[in-house]
Design a protein around this ligand. Structure first.
Ligand code: MN
Ligand code: MN
Length: 331
């Protein structure tokens, strides 16, 4: 695998609103819990990295490799949600040695600010670290696919429970999206097993089984057809997805679709510094100043080149200031 990275999220998250540190600790289950995104990501990643006789079983290898790639993006999306929910949890503008974190002494996961900078951690909702024991990569394709089907099913139940528990808009947006995509993965693994063994998993165990059409945060994704679509996350490879992912959706009867190419994605909100938790520093403006100098020295534009979701601020005559900085470098 040669990695390539695109600085976009798989779903459009809302901007930070009222902080919800206890809700964020609940959302951790979807990141580092046994059935969280780290587990789906690393199960399919190990299974695909270990896959033998790829040419002999190419459609199944392609399926695992591509769902693994999507799951990496889900890991990022859960992190972005947790970070959004933790934004502003410290006392606004207060810094050490003021008691800027005093209001957080009763929250469920103190590690969010003691070990992390008000950010996500590879832990479950009780703060237990994610474990490699959650990865099942037996090398037996039918065993692995059966495990994956169960994993997706349990993951979706977990998402629904988090949806029921946490009402923060970022958490609701996240779970709405993940429930729809998890449904696609359930169908993909059920279809793979059906092709290999003839067993109809969707009859054995009703699947996807969650009424996503009744969940407002799921509806935009269903309307877009994302409940039917498996993406090919590669410019050049993994062309055999359609050999497995085809036929009618088990619930709606609509045709399943392989999308040739990755989703467009959404820019992330650039979350503000949290100086009370030293993220990215006690004095973040110093790092920004250094970055500006380095950018100028490297001949880069004065303004940062990245794309973020934050509303564009009108430059306050700073464009004029950039010119003398560039000439200073030439001296
Ligand atoms: Mn996922
Ligand atoms: Mn999945």
């Amino acid at each position: 695998m040669i990695s390539s990275r695109i600085d976009r999220l798989l779903a459009e998250l809302p901007p930070p609103s009222d902080p919800d540190p206890n809700g964020a600790s609940i959302v951790q289950e979807l990141l580092g819990g046994r059935f969280g995104e780290m587990s789906t990501f690393l199960n399919y990643t190990f299974q695909s990295f270990n896959f033998r006789n790829r040419q002999g079983a190419r459609p199944f290898y392609d399926l695992l490799a591509n769902i693994a790639a999507e799951e990496f993006g889900h890991v990022e999306l859960v992190c972005a949600t947790i970070n959004t929910m933790l934004t502003g949890a410290a006392k606004a503008r207060a810094k050490a040695p003021a008691a800027a974190l005093a209001g957080l002494d009763g929250v469920r996961n103190a590690q969010h600010f003691l070990a992390g900078g008000l950010g996500a951690l590879p832990q479950d909702s009780n703060g237990r670290p994610w474990s490699g024991d959650y990865v099942f990569s037996s090398g037996d394709l039918i065993e692995d696919l059966t495990h994956n089907y169960f994993l997706e099913t349990a993951a979706r139940s977990g998402k629904l429970r988090v949806y029921e528990t946490v009402q923060h808009p970022a958490a609701r947006t996240l779970t709405g999206y993940l429930l729809v995509r998890g449904g696609v993965h359930q169908v993909a693994y059920a279809r793979a097993l059906e092709n290999l063994t003839g067993a109809d998993m969707t009859k054995l165990f009703p699947s996807p089984r969650i009424p996503t059409e009744k969940i407002p945060e799921c509806r935009p994704h269903i309307k877009r057809g994302d409940h039917l679509r498996l993406y090919r996350f590669s410019e050049s490879d993994y062309h055999e997805l359609a050999a497995v992912f085809n036929g009618p959706h088990p619930e709606t009867g609509e045709a399943l679709v392989v999308e040739e190419g990755r989703p467009e994605g959404w820019p992330a909100f650039d979350l503000p510094s949290e100086p009370a938790a030293f993220a990215p520093d006690y004095a973040p403006e110093e790092i920004a100043e250094i970055a500006k100098r380095l950018r100028s020295a490297a001949g880069l534009p004065a303004e940062p080149s990245g794309e973020v979701a934050n509303p564009v601020r009108r430059p306050r005559r700073s464009a004029a200031k950039a010119a003398p900085a560039a000439s200073k470098r030439r001296r």
